[in-house]
Design a protein around this ligand. Structure first.
Ligand code: ZN
Ligand code: ZN
Length: 333
């Protein structure tokens, strides 16, 4: 649990873009359009939700829908991360469709975009080329201050010109009809999550007034807050030991951090995760509560998912070090 100093040194900070990064063209334009529309609605809706909450008040229905949708999409991002990015288990097309649906309901970009960005993040973790490091911007320039870096990692990276190329990082996603169906229809799922489902529940339980409160507070505001909670993994859990602790010495600034771990159902055990990126269950102690990992293990017991990956069990059972490390490398790129 030592703190590694000077994780992101200036060494190697050349400005040359690594392969798989686009700086102009239709993919970059499409990314900015997606970001403007999604964050425009979420931030505009959040401001309206706060005004509505003070002006009209928020009732039990709005709070219940907020909590329910927050929990559902937090599990969804768990599957986005551990299944679609890291392939930490296998499943059939029905379960893959369910995972793709709740992952897209999180309003954090399409499966293709999320997977591509996260694989690039692992490959260049806290080095030039990382998508959302607190140490370097998209062009590989070191941030002048820790605060600026934290703001980039927490949300500013979405507006960076450097755009991840899905053709380079996510050919498996491009070849999967289910993932690509949800990538193409993402806006319908965003609308369902942020407007239609909360609005319908609100109308059913309290009429038009509750419907408006649910859309603003439990739909748009919740989508934004939930995205900010996930982003704590990029900022707080890459803080080089300022927050949280490091179980494993690694060549980046990753930490395990309690509050982020609670809010993200286990994703905040990020130092563990960078050390063993393909593990489905990332807790290494009784006090490291990995809810998303427990859900995957539970689905395995029910027979709904299979071939759940664990680097530790492979190392212990086969004693074949080369075999144990190979899938780790494969999973990160
Ligand atoms: Zn990370
Ligand atoms: Zn990861």
């Amino acid at each position: 649990m030592t703190v590694v100093q000077g994780v992101a040194s200036d060494e190697g900070a050349d400005r040359k873009m690594p392969p798989g990064v686009l700086l102009e063209g239709p993919v970059v334009d499409a990314k900015f359009l997606d970001s403007y529309i999604a964050f425009g609605f979420m931030i505009g809706g959040s401001i309206a939700a706060l005004i509505w909450a003070f002006w009209q008040g928020i009732g039990r229905v709005e709070v219940a829908v907020f909590v329910g949708m927050f929990l559902l999409t937090t599990v969804g991002i768990g599957f986005m991360h551990r299944y679609f990015v890291h392939r930490s288990f296998r499943c059939g097309p029905v379960m893959r469709t369910i995972f793709a649906a709740i992952a897209t309901l999180a309003v954090q970009g399409s499966i293709l975009k999320w997977v591509s960005n996260h694989r690039r993040h692992h490959l260049h973790s806290d080095k030039p080329g990382d998508v959302h490091s607190p140490y370097y911007d998209g062009a590989g320039n070191r941030f002048a201050s820790f605060a600026k870096g934290m703001m980039h990692a927490q949300g500013g990276w979405v507006w960076d010109q450097a755009t991840t190329d899905g053709e380079y990082y996510a050919r498996d996603i491009l070849a999967d009809p289910i993932s690509m169906y949800f990538t193409r229809t993402r806006w319908y799922w965003y609308a369902l999550s942020a407007v239609i489902i909360p609005g319908a529940i609100g109308y059913a339980f309290g009429g038009v007034h509750t419907m408006i409160g649910c859309i603003l507070f439990s739909g748009l505001f919740r989508s934004y807050i939930m995205t900010m909670a996930t982003s704590l993994v990029n900022s707080v859990c890459h803080s080089d030991g300022r927050w949280g602790y490091r179980r494993f010495d690694s060549n980046d600034g990753t930490t395990n951090e309690l509050v982020t771990t609670i809010l993200t159902f286990g994703e905040g055990l990020h130092n563990n995760h960078h050390r063993f990126p393909r593990d489905a269950y990332i807790s290494h102690a009784w006090y490291e509560i990995d809810v998303n990992g427990l859900i995957i293990l539970g689905l395995g017991k029910l027979g709904l998912v299979h071939d759940i990956f664990s680097a530790r069990s492979r190392t212990q059972s086969s004693g074949d070090g080369a075999k144990a490390s190979a899938p780790e490398t494969e999973a990160t790129v």
